[in-house]
Write a protein that binds this ligand. Structure first.
Ligand SMILES: Nc1ncnc2c1ncn2[C@@H]1O[C@H](COP(=O)(O)OP(=O)(O)O)[C@@H](O)[C@H]1O
Ligand SMILES: [Mg+2]
Length: 422
């Protein structure tokens, strides 16, 4: 099977890595990939989706997998399907579940899927009235994609009103903020679940917890994610069943009724409140770094899983996961998340210890290659992933590997998976 992965981050490296290990995969492309995906396959620099689809036809690519939300919201899946290509990801219409919080909340409400009580509006008077009716904290969300910055947890009515005013006026997020969702604050613990969907059937992956804040003890600014682990012991079978029955099944049914069957990865942001899973939001692709820790737990060959998901055959698949844990520690560049840093050469010590060599690996993200050397080029540079029989063992292996990786300005949290080890 010849496979192409669209994207350039650690998430796409991780998907490529398990495909590379799969004997059924004979050729692997990344579009555009990064400085390290060339270790796994060939990078393709075509940006236009029509041209990329033509490239897939010309090169007899059997399956394309889309990593990031950008190309999905821009309709890359529709372009490929119009040429009868097999591609795994949601259509532009289905990607609205992530692209518009108003669309998502109204969809949840219409289908009776548990979510925080809310108002969606573009009218400031209605917004203020609803804010007054809630007990702070009050949550204010811009409708559109805001690169993870569009949600304000306001500690007072006043602060919530300021946030709403700045969004509705276009001052805060431009057009993305001209409609808002205001909702009640949910007090619980947060986790993410991922359902691989083929429009009608799905496979729920082990639940993960990520670490959004830059610094230890969940301090500092929000980031794209500084680490993750799975499966989390905070979830038992009862919660998995509730998520399937109350969230995933009604979502698949509802999206069919919308005429936009959901194919792809449904990322469910959950708050568990008194044992009840409540939907915070949907994304329409894998989380990054969650993907980096979920892929190594997959026992079923990746090509089979993604191909069947992309061709409506998940009902014929008996998917298996290793009975293990994975922990991923993100290593970022010096000025992350504020600005890009100077490129810095990455040196990875030769790994002699077989325990690390066999049970830990690197998923590369923000790197470029030059003259056979790898350079950290800003943002999140790479993820050290450890796998083990326990979360502690997996974490220790991930951190042992972190100690072998060097570049100027390397930055990482030292407490990944602490929630599970308390
Ligand atoms: N109703 C809510 N109650 C409590 N916390 C919330 C609520 N909605 C969002 N949050 C917090 O804000 C974060 C971002 O919100 P989310 O809806 O996931 O938007 P996005 O990821 O698009 O920025 C969540 O991860 C969660 O920590
Ligand atoms: Mg989120």
């Amino acid at each position: 099977m010849r496979v192409m992965v669209i994207g350039s981050g650690g998430r796409e490296f991780a998907i490529g890595r398990v495909l590379k290990q799969d004997p059924a995969v004979t050729k692997l492309y990344f579009a555009p990939g990064n400085g390290a995906t060339t270790m796994l396959g060939e990078n393709v620099s075509i940006k236009d989706y029509g041209e990329l689809a033509q490239f897939a036809l010309d090169n007899a690519i059997d399956l394309t997998i889309v990593g990031p939300e950008g190309p999905l919201s821009e309709g890359v899946v529709d372009v490929f399907k119009a040429k009868n290509l097999v591609i795994f990801g949601p259509s532009k219409a289905a990607a609205q579940l992530e692209g518009s919080k108003v669309y998502m909340k109204n969809f949840l409400a219409k289908n009776g899927i548990p979510t925080a009580r809310y108002l969606e509006t573009d009218h400031i008077g209605d917004a203020f009235k609803f804010i007054e009716s809630l007990t702070p904290p009050v949550v204010v969300k811009a409708d559109g994609l805001c690169a993870g910055k569009g949600v304000i947890i306001a500690m007072s009515h006043e602060e919530a009103k300021v946030a709403v005013s700045e969004m509705l006026s276009g001052k805060a997020f431009g057009d993305a903020g001209k409609r808002v969702v205001i909702e009640e604050f949910l007090d619980g613990y947060e986790l993410s679940m991922f359902a691989l969907c083929d429009g009608k059937d799905f496979i729920l992956l082990p639940a993960a917890q990520d670490h959004k804040r830059l610094l230890d003890n969940d301090e500092g600014p929000n980031t794209g994610g500084m680490g993750a682990y799975a499966p989390t012991p905070l979830v038992d079978d009862v919660i998995y069943e509730k998520v399937k029955d109350r969230i995933v099944r009604p979502t698949l049914k509802g999206m069919q009724e919308e005429g936009a069957p959901f194919e792809g990865v449904l990322f469910i942001g959950l708050m568990i409140v008194n044992g009840e899973p409540i939907t915070l939001e949907f994304n329409v692709r894998f989380g990054d770094p969650e993907c980096e820790i979920l892929m190594p737990l997959l026992k079923t060959p990746a090509s089979e899983l993604f191909y069947k998901a992309a061709t409506k055959q998940l009902d014929t698949l008996n998917v298996e996961f290793h009975d293990k844990f994975a922990v991923g520690v993100v290593m970022a560049s010096r000025d992350y998340p504020y600005s890009n840093s100077e490129p810095a050469e990455i040196v990875v010590d030769e790994i002699h210890h077989s325990e690390i060599a066999e049970n830990a690996h690197i998923a590369y993200a923000g790197v470029s290659a030059e003259d056979g050397k790898l350079y950290a080029t800003g943002g999140r540079v790479l993820v050290c992933v450890g796998v083990g029989e326990s979360i502690k063992e997996a974490r220790d292996r991930a951190y042992m590997l972190c100690g072998q990786v060097h570049y100027a300005g390397k930055k990482l949290r030292t407490d990944i998976a602490y929630q599970a080890l308390r």
